[in-house]
Design a protein around this ligand. Structure first.
Ligand code: NAD
Ligand code: UDP
Length: 386
């Protein structure tokens, strides 16, 4: 912990970080690593603290005093500016960021991802504080290749699908496809932050996560979240596996994604936090281009891995097709393919992801099984008894 140096060999001084959305999936991993590996202090802001409870209690923990939880809804709390002023750096993770909400709660989605983020940007800019803002790979929308004929050889050309921070366009569907409300709100806040940098000298870094997955992501419906809730794909498929039901493939599961292990991704955020001279003014893709699968392939791999870690035999028919209208409702649309260009993050921070998809699923599904299998079994037997 002592003698930590940045990428240019300079000593890293302990700093105070105001982390908004610290109680979520990414925030909990970031807090965990900041507590165990650094001397930085975290002012953790969120409406929930369940995922970081193990870092807050008991008071005998070695980092006692270096993490404070502030139960604040940033929509309407005047304490926010004071916390940003007290900190050297603000990391904003707060957002509604589950696709099931984008077309069913578009107003909440737009307010959360744009309007609620505005004061954070303003307070950082006015008080001369550095900001690391979490955006999304979804700002790229669809690839250029998606508009080519199915049999076009150009679809295989990386120029038509690799997503580059400084070169790729942002391609969204029509307004009635409300899926894009999230991407559009995130794009506008990116543009505002960029403009604050250009016109008022805000020191900023924008992160575009490409499907970070791992333990503590979202919730298992009916266990630690609403029974009717629809989390992101890792938790949806985990829930199906825990309940021995087929995994639902939306529109055949043809969309492609690259998945990265949360612990690899957090390393990249650490480098941004501790190397401001290299990270300021940049937008970074953070993903693993080597871990690309279709959603159908992901379902098959998760079925195999879960069988290995749980010792349970997979179902004879492990997947079932479902239409997006049935699963998500009207206004859903999808990103076809997401391969991150790694040039900028490699050049600025020398960062590369390490963990294969199989390995990250093995450790994540081991966690899911250990954490939820018993609770799911009990919930299911109660339902049967009733
Ligand atoms: P998450 O939902 O687990 O965490 C978000 C946290 O923000 C939650 O704990 C929530 O309670 C909190 N929050 C939301 N609104 C708030 C408010 N008004 N006041 C206080 N707290 C509030 O999501 P995550 O996966 O940890 O994502 C964090 C960020 O990264 C988000 O901005 C998201 O858009 C972005 N992102 C994540 C991924 C990914 O792969 N996990 C992909 C793309 C983008
Ligand atoms: N998906 C699916 N079945 C599910 C949940 C999601 O087929 O039970 C698909 C979804 O349609 C999308 C992909 O999995 O194509 C990834 O969804 P996720 O919720 O993780 O978010 P996204 O990557 O679209 O932001």
């Amino acid at each position: 912990m002592a003698g930590r140096v940045d990428l240019d060999g300079n000593p890293i001084n302990p700093m105070t970080i105001c982390m908004i959305g610290a109680g979520g999936f990414i925030g909990s991993h970031l807090c965990e690593k900041l507590m165990s590996e650094t001397l930085h202090t975290v002012l953790a802001v969120d409406v929930y603290s369940d995922k970081i409870k193990h870092l807050l209690e008991p008071t005998s923990l070695p980092w006692n005093g270096r993490i404070q939880f502030h139960r604040i809804n940033i929509k309407n709390d005047s304490r926010l500016e004071g916390l940003i002023k007290m900190a050297d750096l603000t990391v904003n993770l707060a957002a509604i960021c589950t696709p099931a909400d984008y077309n069913t709660r578009p107003l909440d989605t737009i307010y959360s991802n744009f309007i609620d983020a505005l004061p954070v940007v303003k307070y950082c800019s006015e008080n001369g504080k550095r900001l690391i803002h979490f955006s999304t790979c979804e700002v790229y929308g669809k690839t250029i290749g998606a508009f080519l004929p199915e049999d076009s050889p150009l679809r295989q050309d990386p120029a038509y699908f690799v997503l580059s921070e400084d070169a790729s366009p942002c391609i969204f569907g029509p307004i009635e496809k409300q899926r894009w409300s999230y991407a559009c709100a995130k794009q506008l806040i990116e543009r505002l932050i960029y403009a604050e940098g250009a016109e008022n000298g805000l020191e900023f870094t924008i992160v575009r996560p490409f499907n970070w997955i791992g333990p503590r992501m979202d919730f298992i419906p009916g266990i630690d979240g609403p029974s009717e809730g629809v989390p992101r794909v890792l938790a949806c498929f985990s829930n199906n596996l825990l309940r021995h039901e087929p995994l639902k493939l939306v529109d055949g599961g043809h969309s492609q994604r690259t998945f990265i292990y949360i612990k690899d991704a957090i390393e990249a955020v650490f480098l941004m936090i501790e190397n401001p001279a290299r990270a300021n003014g940049h937008i970074f893709n953070v993903g693993n281009p080597n871990n690309e699968v279709t959603v159908k392939q992901l379902a098959e791999m998760m079925t195999q891995v879960y069988s290995k870690v749980s010792g349970e035999t997979p179902l004879e028919t492990p997947t079932v097709d479902v239409s997006s209208k049935e699963f998500y409702g009207e206004g859903y649309d999808d990103s076809d393919k997401r391969i991150p260009d790694m040039t900028i993050i490699n050049r600025q921070l020398g960062w590369n992801p390490k963990t294969s998809l199989w390995d990250l699923l093995e450790s994540t599904l081991t966690y899911q099984h250990r954490t939820y299998a018993e609770a799911v079994k009990q919930a299911m037997s109660k339902t049967t008894a009733n």
